[in-house]
Design a protein around this ligand. Structure first.
Ligand code: CO
Length: 134
């Protein structure tokens, strides 16, 4: 069902500092920050030859990543995003297998203007999984 790794996401306490680390110290290409109010995050993408790293900063008062940053004040790995061809078919297969979908179970439009869903970490080896329809 899953295809390519689309990105890994890292929550950071300072988006400018994290962008500078990847751009200046690691020599990567880094995009400008984009606010995603519906997801409660500001994102920057680090573009690598074979995948992307999503740097996430909480946005707004009830950001879903605020607690994560409280527990991990210097930041940390947050989720992995796999590509799928049909997100509704993927969701229905996973629900039938007993997996839990976060939120209301309906895809939202993600950082790349494509539908995304998040899967419960307890059902996937303790890792938050994002599915993105390509
Ligand atoms: Co993501």
């Amino acid at each position: 069902m899953i295809g390519k790794l689309n990105h890994l996401a890292i929550v950071v306490p300072d988006l400018e500092a994290a962008s500078a680390t990847y751009r200046d110290n690691l020599g990567a290409s880094v995009t400008a920050p984009v606010d995603l109010p519906e997801h409660g995050v500001t994102t920057v993408f680090v573009e690598l030859p074979n995948t992307k790293i999503e740097l996430l900063l909480p946005l707004g008062t009830d950001s879903p990543i605020a607690k994560f940053l409280e527990k991990n004040p210097s930041g940390g790995m947050h989720h992995v995003c796999y590509e799928v061809e049909d997100i509704i078919a993927a969701r229905d297969t996973l629900i039938a297998a007993g997996a839990r979908i976060l939120g209301n179970g309906e895809p939202k439009i993600g950082a790349h203007n494509k539908p995304v869903l998040f899967l419960h970490p307890k059902d996937f080896c303790g890792t938050l999984v994002e599915l993105e329809q390509i």
